[in-house]
Write a protein that binds this ligand. Structure first.
Ligand SMILES: Nc1nc2c(ncn2[C@@H]2O[C@H](COP(=O)(O)OP(=O)(O)OP(=O)(O)O)[C@@H](O)[C@H]2O)c(=O)[nH]1
Ligand SMILES: [Mg+2]
Length: 219
């Protein structure tokens, strides 16, 4: 383990068009671990060429990809972000700073950079889930895809969802474990040109995300 390096896990399903933008924004001292989740485009080769550590996860699903990335990480602090260009990795150091200031988990609250980047149904679903979490005592306003956490603590939390319920299960378990959670505004832009929306941009994707998250809530 290296003490000062930070690992950044990037789940990736056909994000060839986004990876150059995403990886170029990586701050110094942050190492990208791109978890390729069965891409049929050039994602793994592009990621490798840009200096990322690439691992492969055959089981489909966001949770499967991020969990494998966590297992492959070796840094004490691990960050997570989407690989579609919608988030800016240059914003990660403020989340990491919160961990140094005593937080157990730092998350991003997505603030859309324009009205059309976040479809109303996805946004409404997120707001509803976040309000349920606040009622349980967790001060969050988003179910964020951008987060920083200590590797060992996250492994101890024992998240089992391997699909789109993963981010919600993480927050629920963090609250049960009495974690100190800090949330920061982060900008949320359009996914990179030439890449395809898989979740919020399609009815099928939205239905899958709602199904996975409801399963987590029902536990
Ligand atoms: N949809 C999907 N994304 C995956 C999967 N495995 C890894 N990912 C990656 O997980 C990240 C989040 O997925 P996105 O498709 O961007 O999900 P989203 O941001 O909720 O919705 P859209 O950007 O509107 O599609 C991206 O970097 C994907 O490439 C998977 O099995 N399904
Ligand atoms: Mg996205």
């Amino acid at each position: 383990m290296t003490d000062d390096r930070i690992d950044v896990v990037l789940p990736c399903l056909n994000e060839a068009g986004a990876l150059p933008i995403v990886l170029h924004a990586l701050p110094p001292g942050y190492r990208a671990i791109v978890v390729d989740n069965g891409s049929t485009d050039d994602s793994p080769r592009i990621a490798e060429r840009l200096g990322a550590h690439v691992v492969h996860e055959k089981r489909r699903g966001y949770g499967a990809a991020v969990h494998t990335g966590l297992e492959c990480a070796t840094a004490g602090i691990v960050c997570f972000a989407d690989a579609d260009g919608s988030l800016d990795l240059a914003e990660l150091p403020k989340l990491v700073a919160a961990l140094h200031d005593g937080a157990d988990l730092a998350v991003g609250r997505r603030v859309p950079t324009s009205r059309d980047v976040w479809p109303w149904h996805a946004r409404a679903g997120n707001l509803l889930l976040a309000s349920l979490l606040r009622r349980r005592g967790l001060p969050v306003r988003d179910i964020a895809p951008l987060r920083a956490v200590r590797r060992a603590s996250l492994l101890d939390l024992g998240i089992t969802d391997r699909a789109f319920g993963y981010p919600l299960e993480l927050l629920i378990k963090a609250q049960r474990a009495d974690w100190r959670v800090s949330e920061f505004d982060v900008s949320y832009g359009a996914r990179a040109k030439g890449t395809k929306s898989k979740v919020s941009g399609s009815v099928r994707g939205t239905v899958r995300a709602v199904r996975d998250m409801s399963r987590v809530l029902a536990r």
